[in-house]
Design a binder for this molecule. Structure first.
Ligand SMILES: [Zn+2]
Length: 360
């Protein structure tokens, strides 16, 4: 069983890998190596490149599947003309962040930097002028140059917590579940191209990459809200910006978390959409759990930028480490809780029997 230190090592490695929608290759390679070291796990790749990791052996229950996405908003090189690099930015970031922004590409392990010279916010395409000529190729990935800052104790900051922290938490939970035959039905689905419209998840749902009997948990990082703070525990997500989630699943996880005393929050995280919406809308039973995230999509100062009062500063994303470890625990609680019965039905019926006299 992985210690907290090992889990944090996975978190650190995954959240620093270059990745973008449709260009998740390095994350996929990391995951394949991780799975290949565990003979009791089975990795399958669907026709869209999503990775499903299941445990071998007989299962007592229908699948419980943690879903996390392997991409993050980033620059993807489309064409190179000398020091001018044409890019497509894949993901949702306000135009203010592109003005004169510094961008870093990695070429054969070395960093090459440049500055955004042109950006079209409608199409997401633009041009970076490199500081020096470099052998960039179409498909190479660029990331912001982040302002240096100190990270408070207990916090973790990295370029791509969204959603590589979700990937790390899902794999950590799977690693823990392996030791428990009661949790052999727990599996992990790692998707692609979430940031350009939940594309990998929709593909998995529409093509039936996972059984329709699966109970799904979208494992995410989600914009910190005044009522859902970083450090206040992992969040059972009752819905997102698009829709509400499966009532029974959400209730069972909440009951499970309350029964174990695990520190948690239960919130509507309306900052953005997540893959539970895609699976739910295409006929699966799905809910979400997440971490409150600072500097969502690397947008430092976001609230001030949205209000038109502050400077757009690209920053690393930030989560609480205690929330992260709590998220791993919450996933295991969820896997154990979903085959129970929601006690609230019986409790409401008892109350009704005692109080129905008021209706006469
Ligand atoms: Zn995102």
């Amino acid at each position: 069983m992985a210690s907290k230190a090992i889990t944090e090592k996975w978190l650190g490695q995954l959240t620093h890998l270059p990745t973008a929608s449709g260009r998740e290759d390095e994350v996929m390679a990391w995951v394949k190596t991780w799975v290949s070291r565990r003979a009791d796990l089975k990795l399958t790749i669907d026709s869209g490149g999503n990775i499903l990791i299941t445990q071998k052996g007989r299962k007592r229950w229908d699948p419980v599947t943690a879903v996390a996405h392997m991409d993050h908003p980033a620059f993807v090189v489309s064409e190179v003309e000398g020091r001018s690099v044409h890019y497509e930015f894949r993901g949702n970031v306000n135009p203010e962040y592109f003005t004169d922004a510094r961008v870093e590409f990695r070429v054969a392990g070395a960093a090459v930097r440049g500055r955004v010279a042109q950006h079209d916010s409608e199409s997401g395409v633009g041009v970076v002028r490199l500081d020096r000529a470099a052998g960039l190729q179409p498909g190479d990935i660029g990331m912001w140059v982040f302002r240096r800052r100190s990270v408070p104790t207990g916090r973790f900051a990295a370029p791509a917590c969204d959603d590589l922290a979700g990937v790390a938490a899902s794999l950590a939970a799977l690693d823990r579940a392996r030791g428990n035959a009661e949790l052999r039905h727990f599996s992990v689905l790692l998707t692609r191209a979430e940031e350009v419209g939940l594309v990998g998840a929709i593909h998995a749902a529409r093509t039936g990459s996972i059984p329709l009997t699966s109970r799904l948990f979208s494992v995410e990082t989600s914009r910190e809200l005044p009522q859902a703070r970083i450090g206040d525990g992992p969040i059972i997500r009752v819905g997102d910006a698009m829709t509400v989630f499966d009532r029974e699943l959400t209730n069972l996880v909440t009951m499970g978390a309350r029964a174990t005393g695990l520190k948690h929050q239960r919130k509507l995280m309306s900052g953005g959409g997540c893959e539970a919406s895609a699976f739910g809308l295409f006929g699966y039973r799905a809910t979400g759990i997440c971490l409150a995230l600072g500097n969502w999509h690397n947008r430092g100062n976001l609230s001030a930028v949205e209000a038109g009062t502050g400077e757009a500063i690209p920053m690393t994303e930030e989560i609480s480490l205690d929330d992260f470890h709590g998220l791993v625990e919450l996933l295991l609680v969820a896997a154990g809780a979903v085959d129970g019965v929601d006690p609230q039905v019986a409790s409401l019926s008892r109350g009704y029997e005692q109080m129905r006299r008021y209706l006469t």
